[in-house]
Design a protein around this ligand. Structure first.
Ligand SMILES: *[C@@H]1O[C@H](CO)[C@@H](O)[C@H](O)[C@H]1NC(C)=O
Ligand SMILES: *[C@@H]1O[C@H](CO)[C@@H](O)[C@H](O)[C@H]1NC(C)=O
Ligand SMILES: *[C@@H]1O[C@H](CO)[C@@H](O)[C@H](O)[C@H]1NC(C)=O
Length: 406
């Protein structure tokens, strides 16, 4: 009974003391080391509850922005050997941030926002051998040791926007074997920068910005003479042209066609080419695009259009006359008729004025001059002749005329 109780107590104690892997992380063993991988979890602090026994700790792709002094020591992560805090937002690291990490060998701080680190930042990590600081922003470096460390062997400063390499930069890295300063904006290099690196075995320096001056070429030959594994930047012809192209793609500088194209082509061809490339005026464009068939079709279309319009106009007039517009014509005709009627009356009136005898009362025979009968009959006849066409309208013939005719 006592034994059972003891076992139960021991179980409880072990349960309380045992730690679990936090939900943001995956915990496993890697090469015999306790590994915790807490990737892409929006972690803002290095301590998310991972066991203190962690030896390989990855906090990649999180949002850590600062590493406070003693942060690892206070969390108890003193067993760390490999630490990866790449792809975070770290812009500040306390001078004693790595305090307590005495077993740390590998530290990856690439792809952060570091602009400056104190030279003695890695004083607290004496075993550090491999440091990756690539893709940070160490734009302007002071003429002082970048890092002071006696054991560091591999340093990566790739793509850190470094503009110049001051001479005292690598004076305190006596054991550095591998250095990568590729893809920075450094233009000139002094031999004195590399001289302190006595144990350097490999140097990466690829960049589009090196000025291949005789001085630089001399330094390259010096590097080679030291037995350093290094790929020349300047000596080879094709490499040079490759660099020019890459510079163009980076800076979008105006391209000198003579370096890119084969300009030794036939003069006549080139003139033709330039001519065809000249932007055409609207008229020229029209001229070019206008073929004979098009012209024919266009003429046919235009003729057809005119015919249709003409037919329409004619038909419209025709039909409108038949329907209502012709009422105006009718009115006009009646008006014309009325006018002719009025003229006729005026004529009649006029004729009566000319021949006053016409209207004379029946007593008129007295007034007639003796012997002038033929005369009067002539005049009467004349008046009659005038009246003939409109007999229906004329007043009844005068009396004296009737008398004469009788
Ligand atoms: C450091 O981390 C970056 C990004 O995660 C990775 O590309 C790089 O290979 C790492 N460096 C080393 C030396 O493993
Ligand atoms: C340039 O073009 C000319 C004619 O097209 C040709 O004869 C010559 O070999 C070319 N040069 C190069 C470098 O391609
Ligand atoms: C260019 O064309 C002209 C006629 O258009 C001809 O006389 C001349 O020989 C040509 N030149 C070459 C280099 O082909």
């Amino acid at each position: 009974m006592a034994l059972r109780f003891f076992i139960f107590i021991a179980f409880c104690i072990s349960f309380v003391l045992s730690e679990f892997c936090p939900k943001q992380c995956d915990c496993d063993m890697s090469n015999g080391l306790n590994r915790a991988i807490c990737v892409d979890q929006n972690i803002i602090d290095i301590n998310v509850g991972v066991s203190k026994a962690v030896q390989v700790y990855s906090l990649k792709h999180n949002v850590i922005s600062e590493l406070d002094n003693f942060c690892f020591k206070e969390s108890g992560y003193t067993a760390l050997k490999l630490l990866d805090i790449s792809y975070n937002l770290i812009f500040w690291i306390g001078l004693h941030a790595f305090s307590g990490l005495e077993k740390l060998i590998y530290l990856n701080l690439s792809n952060n926002r570091l602009r400056y680190i104190p030279s003695d930042l890695f004083w607290d990590t004496p075993q550090l051998e491999h440091l990756d600081l690539s893709s940070n922003v160490f734009e302007s470096l002071k003429n002082e040791p970048f890092i002071m460390h006696t054991k560091l062997q591999i340093l990566n400063l790739n793509n850190c926007r470094i503009r110049s390499l001051p001479e005292r930069l690598f004076t305190r890295l006596p054991n550095l074997k591998k250095l990568d300063i590729s893809e920075n904006y450094v233009v000139i290099l002094s031999e004195n920068v590399l001289k302190p690196l006595n144990k350097l075995e490999r140097l990466e320096m690829w960049s589009a910005y090196w000025q291949c001056s005789p001085d630089f070429i001399a330094i390259e030959t010096w590097i080679k003479s030291k037995g350093i594994n290094y790929q020349n930047q300047c000596t080879k012809g094709p490499k040079r042209s490759e660099k020019i192209i890459s510079t163009v793609s980076l800076e979008k500088a105006p391209v000198d066609l003579s370096t890119v194209w084969n300009t030794t082509v036939n003069k006549n061809e080139t003139t033709k080419v330039t001519e065809s490339k000249r932007p055409l005026t609207p008229l020229e464009k029209f001229d070019r695009e206008f073929s004979a068939i098009q012209a024919l079709v266009m003429g046919l279309e235009m003729g057809l259009a005119i015919g249709i319009v003409g037919t329409y106009v004619w038909l419209r007039r025709f039909f409108s006359c038949a329907r209502f517009s012709c009422r105006a014509n009718v009115r006009r005709r009646t008006r014309r008729l009325q006018r002719s009627d009025a003229e006729m009356r005026a004529n009649l009136l006029w004729s009566t004025i000319i021949n006053p005898d016409v209207e004379t009362p029946p007593t008129a025979p007295n007034r007639r001059p003796p012997g002038g009968v033929s005369n009067t009959t002539d005049g009467a006849r004349h008046a009659d002749a005038i009246r003939v066409p409109n007999r229906s309208e004329t007043p009844p013939p005068p009396y004296n005329e009737c008398c004469i005719n009788i």
